[in-house]
Design a protein around this ligand. Structure first.
Ligand code: THU
Length: 132
């Protein structure tokens, strides 16, 4: 699957976002090492803190589908600019991203940007930290 196709999956997911409070819709689509695509949108809640980001929803969909290794993730939003994953999502994704995994972002005017996940989140809290 091409980056453009993955971005299209993310846009389709974004259309389903439930964002009646922020009115900011986000969609994410990831490709697993098995070559399967999973997507998710943000789902807000009247108790604001209970809201869930698109990236984590895409990731939990992948795990629920039996996939725990991610090579690429595409993220788009109704804001139109590059939408970087929030800190909690970076930590959450770090558990499953391949070492050389890529984050694909899209700005409606500037086009596609590809960032190595390790550059976006170089020092995750990981399993090894638990044993140190
Ligand atoms: N949001 C995401 O879905 N992903 C992010 O990485 C940042 C923020 C959502 C959460 C909330 O529903 C809305 O965007 C505004 O913060």
């Amino acid at each position: 699957m091409t980056d453009e196709e993955l971005l299209k999956e993310a846009k389709d997911a974004m259309e389903k976002a439930y964002a009646p409070y922020s009115h900011f819709k986000v969609g994410a689509a990831l490709l697993s090492k098995e070559g399967k695509a999973f997507s998710g949108c943000n789902v807000e809640n009247a108790s604001y803190g209970a809201s869930i980001c698109a990236e984590r929803n895409a990731m939990t969909n992948a795990v629920s589908g039996g996939c725990t290794s991610v090579s690429r993730i595409a993220i788009v939003s109704s804001g139109g600019g590059f939408t970087y994953p929030c800190g909690i999502c970076r930590q959450f994704l770090s558990e499953f991203m391949d070492k050389d995994g890529t984050v694909i972002l899209c700005d409606s005017e500037k086009g596609i940007k590809r960032i190595p996940f390790g550059e976006l989140f170089p020092f995750p809290f990981d399993k090894n930290s638990l044993n140190e």
